[in-house]
Design a protein around this ligand. Structure first.
Ligand code: AMP
Length: 497
């Protein structure tokens, strides 16, 4: 087995690796570091969690240890698709260069131009950037890319998803033809293949096993859930999610909840918070400092549940996640592999549970085709109140009265009754103690037909004439003083009298 000491890395880098506690190189490191140190281009087909960041960082800093930075001309460039990923690469650099004197700048949205400009003016060895921000700096004339000797493209397939390929091509064309390129992608889509054929020169190709093949440590499950009504799907899925989290009990020390839509990330996080769970969202609309704060909280163990979109969570290095919950089946089957790969890392055990509604079944089939296994079906720990489902299935929308049901059926299953089937959670309030209204969108929030208060029923009959003085006038707002209606009655009564 290859040892780090076999890899011809700078002794100061080896010392930092030792400090980090790494014992042996991962397969992508063992495969990519030697050709990178020889100055060859590298094409690494590897996903996050395989140690790929160190596989380009370690040889880069070993090579950079030999020269000096020049003003406004970074010597190396790392491109990452998201701010978090770029920030994470920067952290890796700090870890591995702790015994060296290399400088870096981080060009990402949300970090002030001024500070980074000052660093670049002085000269940096390593520039880590998202493509858009890098081009902004370049266009403002603050930066020259003609001194770039090593260029890294990380998570190229995600760059493709995010529409960054034209930017990447432009950046390639701004760097010297003689540069060394280290290029990483989890998959080789045709567009990625084209880029590598154009910009890499006879690269050493290293492919490591896809994460799906290392998933034995991950217990997977999918709940096939049929909502009671389509317009209640979202809120029922949130109930189901909480029930799933509860059922996992203490085994769920921390979790990432993935949603397909950014808007759902927010709603799900808010809903969890409302129900007493320690949760926060991470998505592109949050400002940079907030995103960093949320992530740090999650890493430190102060935040239990991180709600994320695929883009925001891509490549985030968060060790020790006990659970992944997929609020939706991802649209791209590869994302399933990425998502569940956040748990069960480095040989640890993990659990990945997915919610699948009927409209997601096609995507589930695509996932199963990709991972070449059936995701075991698990029982749902949640069902919408029986009364609601029966009423809705039996009664037409316009029915005045719900269909007659037995007493037991009439009494909707209380959330507490549902929770009795689950592991108790001492630290957080029960679902039925949580506020019922605020979180729900207007339609979902409407009371069930059979629960509708008297006022709504009366309004069907129109305003009451000759009603009692203290009764509110219906259809005109509860606050209308009753004497206004009373005076008509009295006048009529007087006329009749
Ligand atoms: P990455 O795929 O670069 O996101 O790395 C995933 C995790 O593996 C990070 O927490 C690294 O610190 C860690 N790591 C990288 N290389 C090694 C190694 N050789 N041994 C143990 N852990 C490692």
């Amino acid at each position: 087995m290859t040892k780090f000491s076999d890899l011809k890395l700078d002794p100061k880098v080896l010392k930092a690796i030792d400090d980090a506690g790494y014992e042996t190189p991962t397969p992508i490191q063992a495969g990519a570091i030697p050709p990178a140190l020889e100055g060859r281009d590298v094409l690494g087909i590897a996903q996050t969690g395989t140690g790929k960041t160190a596989s380009f960082t370690l040889p880069m800093i070993t090579l950079l240890g030999k020269g000096r930075a020049r003003a406004r001309m970074p010597r190396s460039l790392v491109l990452a698709p998201t701010r978090e990923l770029a920030a994470q690469v920067a952290e890796n650099f700090d870890t591995y260069t702790k015994h060296m004197k290399l400088t870096k700048a981080l060009l990402i949205g949300g970090v002030s131009f001024k500070e980074q400009d000052a660093l670049i003016d002085r000269g940096v060895d390593v520039l880590i950037a998202t493509p858009g921000r890098l081009l902004d700096h370049f266009e403002r004339g603050k930066l020259l890319l003609t001194g770039v000797q090593i260029m890294v493209v990380d998570e190229a397939d995600r760059m493709l998803d995010m529409g960054f390929i034209p930017d990447i091509e432009r950046i390639f064309s701004l760097t010297p033809f003689t540069r060394q390129t280290l290029f990483f992608s989890a998959t080789m889509a045709p567009e990625i293949e084209r880029i590598t054929n154009t910009f890499l020169s006879s690269p050493a190709k290293i492919e490591v096993a896809r994460q799906s093949t290392t998933s034995e440590t991950i217990t997977q499950g999918v709940v096939l859930y049929k909502p009671s009504r389509k317009d209640r799907q979202a809120s029922e899925k949130r109930n189901l999610l909480r029930a799933l989290i509860d059922r996992e009990g203490e085994a769920c020390t921390n979790a990432i909840v993935f949603c397909n839509r950014k808007s759902d990330v927010d709603i799900v996080a808010k809903s969890l918070v409302k129900y007493g769970y320690n949760a926060a969202p991470i998505h592109g609309d949050l400002d940079q400092s907030k995103r960093m704060e949320v992530l740090q909280g999650f890493r430190d163990g102060n935040l239990r549940i991180l709600c994320a979109s695929d883009v925001a969570a891509r490549g985030l290095d968060i060790p020790n996640v006990s659970h992944v919950f997929n609020f939706d089946v991802p649209n791209h089957p590869e994302d399933y592999v990425h998502r569940i790969g956040r748990t069960g890392r480095a040989g640890r055990k993990g659990t990945a549970l997915t919610i699948c509604v009927p409209s997601d079944e096609k995507q589930l089939a695509a996932v199963e085709a990709l991972v070449k296994q059936e995701v075991p079906r698990v029982e749902t720990p949640y069902a919408p109140p029986a009364g609601r489902r029966a009423a809705e299935e039996n009664a037409p929308e316009t029915a005045e009265k719900p269909a007659r049901r037995s007493r037991a059926e009439r009494k909707p299953r209380t959330p507490r009754a549902e929770q009795a089937e689950m592991a108790p959670r001492e630290d957080q309030p029960r679902r039925d103690e949580a506020p019922a209204r605020e979180e729900r969108p207007a339609r979902e929030d409407a009371p069930q037909r059979e629960e509708r208060p008297a006022r709504a029923e009366r309004s069907d009959r129109g305003p009451r004439r000759g009603g009692r003085r203290d009764e509110p006038v219906l259809g005109m707002g509860d606050h209308m003083p009753s004497f206004m209606a009373q005076s008509f009655d009295e006048r009529r009564q007087t006329a009749q009298g």
